[in-house]
Write a protein that binds this ligand. Structure first.
Ligand code: ATP
Ligand code: LTN
Length: 333
């Protein structure tokens, strides 16, 4: 947590158990980058309530999200980890930035369109304004870089637009952040619908691998994964979406490149390939699962981490927020 390092910021919703999409697309990069930046990682519970949640489950998922991030390797001595709802500046800045964001911009967001479609008639205003809250998260900390999966690129572009608009209208107030998307794993697809993103809130349990899934369950889910009728392990995203997705997952879990994977499974059927992917993923997740068990019961340690982090976060966020309030013209003595 050195002040002279560049600032890295990212968030994740406590909307269910984290998947290998979250891990390979985002969290693994967070762990790899944590020593090089001044990092803030936020469990975005305010974002989670933009779709219906059961209070008891949200509370449980929030605690488990925190433990999972630590189990994945985030070091609380190095990074600042906190819950979004514990820092009121996020909601305050969101309200202000709502007035520097246009309806047309929010209506174009693909995540909004996808999620709204699933909600039926009563779409929450919060779901619509979701990207403004995300912009507030990022801009409060004068963030340089935001490591995310590909699906968040559009939100990042909007964040940059809002920041530049505000800076141009008043004077430089916000740092304009850059996205960071890993070379691999930026878009892990559903195992059941390989043209859709793997998502932790998918109703079909076979569509994703949760980080806490056991070895047998992982192997079973990969066995059921949708592929094609060609029986050739070859990377071709448009013609062979299912197999290419499994190859990407295997590559993320083992570090092997696609040519190597094609050679390894040449002449073998999908059965062997799928068990290979399953075993590799189970191996990659094993240390995370062990660490998770170890941390889960240590509530006082976890509480200590959060209270220290939250204090620091509130201090940093309130600096930006008071600048913004002044620029906008709110009265003060
Ligand atoms: P939900 O299903 O509740 O919308 P989600 O699984 O899409 O959740 P988020 O909490 O919205 O996950 O995202 C946390 C981080 O994980 C973001 O940086 C996001 O881009 C990344 N991410 C999510 N799904 C994937 C995926 N399938 N592949 C790569 N990265 C992903
Ligand atoms: N919108 C993101 C989660 C998120 C986030 C952020 C990511 C909320 N605030 C700030 C990066 C920076 C999502 O749905 N994955």
């Amino acid at each position: 947590m050195e002040e002279n390092k560049k600032v890295l910021y990212s968030g994740i919703q406590p909307s269910g158990a984290f998947t290998i999409g979250n891990y390979f697309g985002a969290i693994k990069n967070w762990v790899d980058l944590q020593s090089d930046y001044d990092c803030y990682f936020c469990i975005v519970d305010l974002h989670a309530i933009t779709v219906p949640q059961v209070a008891k489950e949200l509370r449980k998922n929030s605690y488990e999200s925190l433990i999972t991030l630590l189990a994945c390797g985030l070091d609380p001595e190095k990074v600042t980890l906190y819950f979004q709802s514990h820092v009121s500046a996020h909601a305050e800045l969101t309200w202000i930035l709502n007035n520097y964001t246009y309806m047309g911009e929010l209506g174009r967001m693909t995540q909004f369109k996808d999620k709204a479609q699933k909600q039926g008639e009563n779409i929450r205003v919060g779901l619509y304004s979701y990207p403004v809250l995300m912009a507030a998260d990022i801009l409060l900390y004068q963030t340089d870089v935001v490591p995310v999966g590909e699906d968040q690129k559009q939100h990042l572009e909007l964040t940059r637009d809002i920041a530049s608009r505000f800076n141009n209208l008043y004077s430089p107030t916000f740092k304009v952040p850059e996205p960071f998307i890993g070379e691999k794993g930026g878009r892990i697809m559903s195992l059941q619908e390989p043209t859709c993103k793997m998502s932790k809130s998918d109703e079909n349990n076979n569509a994703f691998i949760a980080l806490h899934d056991g070895r047998d369950q992982i192997i079973k889910k990969f066995k059921r994964a949708i592929t094609d009728s060609e029986a050739e392990v070859r990377y071709d995203k448009s013609e062979k979406a299912g197999v290419s997705n499994l190859m990407e997952i295997y590559s993320c879990a083992t570090g092997k490149d696609y040519a190597e994977i094609e050679r390894e499974f040449s002449g073998k059927g999908y059965g062997d390939f799928k068990s290979g992917v399953g075993e590799a993923v189970a191996d990659a997740l094993k240390p995370i699962q062990e660490k998770y068990k170890e941390l889960y019961e240590d509530k006082s340690y976890i509480k200590e981490i959060i209270s220290k982090s939250t204090e620091r976060t509130i201090r940093t966020a309130s600096r930006t927020l008071s600048k913004v309030k002044k620029k906008v013209g709110f009265f003060e003595f």
